[in-house]
Design a protein around this ligand. Sequence first.
Ligand SMILES: Nc1ncnc2c1ncn2[C@@H]1O[C@H](COP(=O)(O)OP(=O)(O)OP(=O)(O)O)[C@@H](O)[C@H]1O
Ligand SMILES: [Mg+2]
Length: 245
Amino acid sequence: MRFGGLVAVSDVSFDVRPREILSIIGPNGAGKTTVFNCITAFLRPTAGRILFEGQEITGLRPDLVVKRGIARTFQMIRLFPDLAVDENVMIGLHARTRAGTLDSLLHTPLHRQEESWAREETFRWLTFVGLESHAHYRARELAYGNQRRLEIARALATAPRLLILDEPASGMNPAEKAALVQLVGRIRDSGITVLLIEHDMSVVMGISDRIIVLDHGIQIAEGAPEAIQRDPQVIEAYLGREDEA
Ligand SMILES: Nc1ncnc2c1ncn2[C@@H]1O[C@H](COP(=O)(O)OP(=O)(O)OP(=O)(O)O)[C@@H](O)[C@H]1O
Ligand SMILES: [Mg+2]
């Protein structure tokens, strides 16, 4: 991915295996979010290809990528702050409904059916992330850690087979991070593959099946957490500089 004269990501090639938790780590500006933006079609890569379940999705369109089964959260939280918590989740469900605006205006049976289905699904995902008692708050009224969980609930509501999380633990306190680790484990146990960017090494090392390391847009290592922690190039590029970050 090239931005004018800047090559943000080059030499990156990896597979995500079904039902694994794969993390991408690397220093600030390494190109991690850019990789996610390319996968989710927020950016069209200037070279290279992205395949999902055997089909090319490069540059498709963000909403169509969601329909194919890939959902994401954002490094900078993107909620509708003035909408209720449950309404934010319903927006995720929208990708899966069939009734159009006309159905909803005319209160057709399809619309009514989908409405009760949507209420059940919303409650299911709010419960899954532990926010069911906050359903009628405005999103902006939630504590920061809960806003991150709400973003995850909205993403899950699109029924993804791949969930992409960009720094979900950022800004969380230790108790919230522990709950997040547990939540991501439950997401994977439910059959969803997880691709994760995270700076907190206790979260990354505890949760990942595999880790990919980026530095200056180049993939410098790939392996199990124990191997990554011992890799001299990784220590040099990233882990060794952690205290300066
Ligand atoms: N839309 C854009 N236009 C121009 N440059 C961009 C754009 N998005 C990212 N970049 C640049 O690409 C490089 C990689 O950025 P990216 O956000 O992917 O890094 P990152 O690894 O996610 O970093 P961080 O850990 O700080 O989130 C940086 O130099 C950044 O300034
Ligand atoms: Mg980033």
